[in-house]
Design a protein around this ligand. Structure first.
Ligand SMILES: [Zn+2]
Ligand SMILES: [Zn+2]
Length: 206
C-alpha cells in the first residue's frame, strides 16, 4: 500500500513529536520543524512551544486506542479544534501539489494537529490504522508508523531497539544452549519462541 507523500510525512512528524521528549526550547522546536520541512512558516514562539508540547499526549492517545470508534473520535476532535480547512497547495521546496489542512496563518500547534489527524484519517479509511505501532522493546515507550511494504516493523528507530532486542535474544539463546548442554536434561527448555529463533539467527548473521 502506497501512501501519499504528504500523508507519510505527516505521520512521521507525528510519531517523531510523540517521541521527542527533548523539545526543551524554541531552538529545539525550530530544528524539529526544519527536520520535517514544515514550510512555509513563521518563527516559532514560546507559546507555540507550550502548545506543541501539550499536543504530544493527544497524539500519543491516537497510537494507544485500538477501537476504531475511539480513534475516529480523537481524530475528529483534533480536526475540529484545529479548525481544519484542507486545501491543495504547491509552495515549492520539492513537495509538488499536496494538502495543507490549515491555512498558513494557523497556529503551529493547530497546523501540526490537523495535518497529523488528516493523515491518520487516511490510514483509517484504508483500514491501515494498525500501522500505527508502539515499539515492542519492553523498556521503550516510543511509537512509530510502519510504512514498510510487508508491515513487519516491530521496533522504533529512536533507541536502537531492534538491535538491542536481537542481541538480548541471542544471549538468551546461548544461555539456554549452555544450560541444555550442562544439565543433560531434555524437554524443559525446549519451548523457544519462533521469534526468538529468528532474532538469534539475525544476530548471528549480523
Ligand atoms: Zn506544504
Ligand atoms: Zn524502541
Amino acid at each position: 500500500m502506497a501512501f501519499a507523500h504528504d500523508t507519510a510525512a505527516a505521520l512521521l512528524l507525528a510519531a517523531d513529536l510523540v517521541n521527542s521528549a527533548d523539545l526543551s526550547g524554541v531552538p529545539a522546536l525550530e530544528t524539529f520543524l526544519d527536520r520535517h520541512l514544515v514550510e512555509p512558516r513563521r518563527p516559532a514562539t514560546p507559546a507555540d512551544l507550550d502548545a506543541v508540547l501539550a499536543l504530544r499526549p493527544q497524539l500519543r492517545a491516537v497510537w494507544q486506542v485500538t477501537d476504531p470508534e475511539a480513534a475516529a473520535g480523537l481524530i475528529n476532535d483534533l480536526l475540529c479544534e484545529a479548525g481544519a480547512r484542507p486545501r491543495l497547495v504547491d509552495h515549492g521546496g520539492g513537495w509538488g501539489w499536496h494538502l495543507h489542512v490549515t491555512g498558513h496563518d494557523a497556529a503551529l500547534r493547530d497546523r501540526i494537529a490537523a495535518q497529523a489527524a488528516f493523515a491518520v484519517a487516511d490510514l483509517v479509511r484504508l483500514r491501515e490504522a494498525d500501522r500505527l505501532r508502539r515499539c515492542e522493546a519492553p523498556d521503550c515507550e516510543a511509537v512509530f508508523v510502519d510504512l514498510s511494504k510487508n508491515r513487519s516493523r516491530r521496533y522504533c528507530d529512536t533507541g536502537n531497539c531492534g538491535n538491542r532486542q536481537h542481541v538480548a535474544a541471542y544471549r538468551e539463546r546461548r544461555y539456554r544452549d549452555r544450560r541444555a548442554g550442562t544439565e543433560a536434561e531434555a524437554g524443559t527448555e525446549a519451548g523457544t519462541e519462533a521469534g526468538t529463533e529468528a532474532a538469534a539467527a539475525a544476530a548471528r548473521g549480523a
